[in-house]
Design a protein around this ligand. Structure first.
Ligand code: SAH
Ligand code: SF4
Ligand code: F3S
Length: 464
């Protein structure tokens, strides 16, 4: 009898519960967008949306966009053209598909997106993601919605925390935004306009989020910020903390075995942060510290507010604190006014530093930034040549770094199954993928390995 009631109930439940709506999120740009996409997915999950990897199944398609270079922004419009066709096909079959644009293009272009892309139903800027469910209700009520005003309330206070199972599904290495926005106004960069002014999340919020991640099985946390080392906040002791102090605190959380942070600005690398690299084994020996150019003239025009030599001396201090630290950087070639001699200064700086990895870009004029209005834009052909020359050197350095790992022993955090059967992929302290036999350990384990030989952008290793 009881069983029957039970099965009846289940059946009734199945009949009345509507199938969950589905959201497909596509992410462009930096790690912060990856983090934001997860938080938007969490906010939508609380509103009855299940995430899908299949765009055709989606009731809502969200593009989380990047505005950093022209090509990044243009990609969004061509993608929107394709999705529009899908939306029309679905409409013909009697099914609704809403299209939303989030991220930095949303913030920078706002209404313009609605004008240029008629299929878009909603545009939402990075500071208002917690209002997403409300925006969707307004869209359903009729009309297209643009929500790009900076919210007065703190979005992080209002965004729901992910469920433990969802965190676990996302893996043993997680991102955690601690700081957002930028007040530096480098003359080439749109970020201060798309992410707003610098805001630091409070210590208690960050610690609580890191603890939740750890409880769900996360072993490695990467703190994110457009200027992460400008983070500051009031600690439990009532004192003003910088990022260094925050790292000491996070290192105390049981389960968190590895900490990283990105991206930093050379001007905000203070003594305490450098000391954290000396004192904290949990803090991985890897520093992404963009310099953009090795020419003082160009650095000045870029408003980076330091000279090449300041950067080099800073790296000396970092290396004195942690001798095995690997350095990574960002470079822009062909900024307005850049001469052959300026470019040669960049090459010289790269030779002097010796990078383990680096990102390099051709300058892309961004509307509304001072750089776009400067005279003496560099011809595209020259930019191409300089990028090619710089990248050849950077690749050489990266390969030398990879090669130097052979024979070394190191820890590896096992992250996921390998692409080939019988393998698992982990990560070295220096961010390199490490391929081991699948029996070497379980996902989430940190094991000692010896590097046997280099792969393409990876390392092969045997457990010790
Ligand atoms: N907040 C970080 C980086 C932000 S954007 C920092 O301050 O370093 C990531 C990288 O994109 C930058 O470091 C820069 O190298 C590159 N970039 C930014 N604007 C660009 C532009 N207009 N053209 C080409 N590259 C750009
Ligand atoms: Fe952009 Fe400069 Fe701010 Fe970095 S520091 S986000 S490059 S303005
Ligand atoms: Fe792009 Fe915005 Fe990140 S412009 S790089 S998505 S902060």
């Amino acid at each position: 009898m009881e069983l029957e009631t039970l099965s009846l109930n289940t059946e009734n439940g199945a009949e009345t519960a509507p199938a969950p709506k589905k959201v497909f999120v596509k992410t462009y740009g930096c790690q912060m967008n990856v983090y934001d996409s997860q938080r938007m997915t969490d906010a939508l999950a609380a509103d009855g949306y299940a995430a899908t990897e299949i765009i055709e199944d989606a009731d809502l398609v969200l593009l989380n966009t990047c505005h950093i270079r022209e090509r990044a922004a243009e990609k969004v419009y061509s993608e929107l053209g394709r999705i529009r066709e899908l939306k029309q096909e679905k409409a013909a079959a009697g099914r609704e598909m809403l299209i939303g644009v989030a991220g930095c293009v949303a913030q920078a272009e706002g209404r313009e997106i609605i004008r240029r892309a008629p299929a878009v139903d909603l545009v939402i800027g990075p500071q208002t993601y917690h209002r997403l469910p409300d925006v969707l209700r307004r869209v359903r009520g009729g009309g297209r919605v643009v929500e790009t005003e900076y919210a007065v309330e703190d979005k992080f206070e209002h965004l729901p925390q992910p469920k433990r199972a969802d965190v676990a599904k996302r893996g043993v290495a997680a991102f955690l935004t601690v700081q957002e926005g930028c007040d530096k106004f480098c003359t080439f960069c749109v970020v201060p306009y798309t992410r707003g002014s610098e805001v630091s999340r409070p210590v208690t919020q960050i610690v609580a989020e890191a603890e939740r991640l750890a409880e769900a099985g996360v072993r490695e946390v990467t703190l994110l910020g457009q200027n992460v080392n400008a983070w500051h906040g009031e600690g439990a002791d009532g004192a003003e903390w910088g990022l260094g102090r925050l790292l000491y605190r996070l290192a105390e959380i049981p389960g968190i075995a590895r900490l990283r942070y990105t991206t930093s600005h050379p001007r905000d690398m203070d003594d305490e942060l450098i000391a954290a690299h000396r004192d904290l084994p949990t803090l991985m020996p890897y520093l992404h510290l963009p310099v953009q150019s090795g020419s003082d003239r160009i650095l000045k025009a870029m408003n980076r507010r330091h000279k090449a030599v300041d950067y080099l001396r800073l790296l000396d201090r970092v290396r004195a604190a942690r001798s095995d630290i690997a350095l990574s950087g960002d470079f822009i070639v062909g900024f307005p006014g850049e001469t052959d001699a300026d470019f040669e200064d960049t090459m010289r700086l790269v030779r002097e530093v010796g990078y383990a990895s680096a990102f390099s870009f051709k300058y892309s004029p961004r509307p509304g930034t001072p750089g776009a209005e400067m005279p003496d834009h560099v011809p595209e052909k020259v930019k191409d040549e300089r990028l090619h020359t710089l990248q050849a050197l950077l690749v050489e350095q990266q390969q030398a770094f990879t090669q130097s790992m052979v024979g070394r022993t190191m820890t590896t955090l096992i992250e996921k199954p390998g692409r080939q059967a019988g393998q698992k992929v982990g990560r070295s302290p220096w961010l390199q993928p490490v391929i081991v036999d699948e029996k070497a350990g379980e996902i989430g384990d940190i094991i000692e390995v010896r590097i046997t030989h280099p792969g393409f952008n990876s390392l092969y290793a045997e457990p010790i």
